[in-house]
Design a binder for this molecule. Structure first.
Ligand code: SAH
Length: 240
């Protein structure tokens, strides 16, 4: 599913700095839709200062009178909470939530709902949600700052969807070398070690096996093998 179909819903927030910091955290993770339900503070200078340039997220924010209206168009509504409730609600770990969202069809809308700084979400608000997510923490100190909690969940969702940086730009020479390239190197190495007298062909011991183990666990790239073989060739030239 698309990141643009995810909205972060902040309920009854009292500190404008938390709203600004949330906008920044969201924008870092390419999540741009912010819904405020019954905010208890003005969204002005303090919020924009903490947004540190993520102004567009604040400018586009939606404001709702209650949670029911804010999440009306969503097929997955997720409550977030630092503590377990008396009535067990289906609970996901942040990574599981990210996988679930990633697997949803593109057109679906998802809301992640965050509670008030001092009292979290009410039971009535949680009853509007399909799922609950709790960020694992120190059991004796489990409540994260509101914007920090938003950062953690947005990061999980973003990183589930973003292809790893390396996959896009990798040079074939920097891919792990093939077995045949490694075998070519081992033969070359053995020749030089024997020619220089380091390795006695009559009594080789375990040296080649140990060297193989060392090189095989290093996941050498073709580039690196070429450098190593270049060094061996330089030694051979000097001897000739
Ligand atoms: N004393 C409140 C703490 C609220 S912290 C309570 O016990 O509910 C403000 C909001 O940050 C929470 O409502 C939740 O949305 C989010 N949050 C804080 N810590 C969290 C955690 N460990 N896991 C998930 N959400 C968390």
């Amino acid at each position: 599913m698309k990141l643009e179909n995810i909205k972060i819903v902040m309920v009854g927030t009292t500190h404008p700095g938390n709203i600004g910091a949330a906008a920044r955290a969201m924008h870092n993770m390419c999540i741009g839709r912010l819904s405020l339900v019954d905010p208890q503070c003005p969204i002005g200078e303090v919020a924009y200062a903490r947004a540190s340039g993520a102004n567009a997220v604040l400018d586009k924010r939606e404001t709702w009178a209650d949670l029911k209206q804010a999440v009306g168009d969503c097929s997955l509504v997720v409550a977030t909470s630092a503590r377990r409730r008396s009535l067990a609600w289906p609970e996901l770990r942040p990574r599981e939530l990210a996988e679930k969202i990633d697997a949803m069809p593109d057109g679906e809308q998802v809301a992640l709902v965050f509670g008030r700084e001092h009292s979290g979400l009410t039971n009535e608000e949680i009853q509007l949600c399909n799922q609950m997510v709790c960020i694992p923490t120190n059991p004796g100190f489990s409540s994260l700052n509101l914007a920090a909690a938003i950062q953690v969940l947005c990061y999980e969702i973003f990183s589930q969807q973003a292809p790893a940086e390396t996959e896009k730009t990798i040079d074939p020479q920097d891919l792990p070398a093939r077995s045949s390239d490694l075998e070519g190197y081992f033969e070359h190495l053995q020749q030089v070690l024997e020619a220089t007298g380091f390795l006695d062909p009559e009594q080789p011991g375990l040296i080649m096996q140990r060297l193989r183990r060392l090189y095989l666990r290093s996941e050498l790239t073709l580039n690196e093998i070429n450098i190593l073989r270049g060094m061996l060739t330089a030694v051979q030239k000097k001897r000739d």
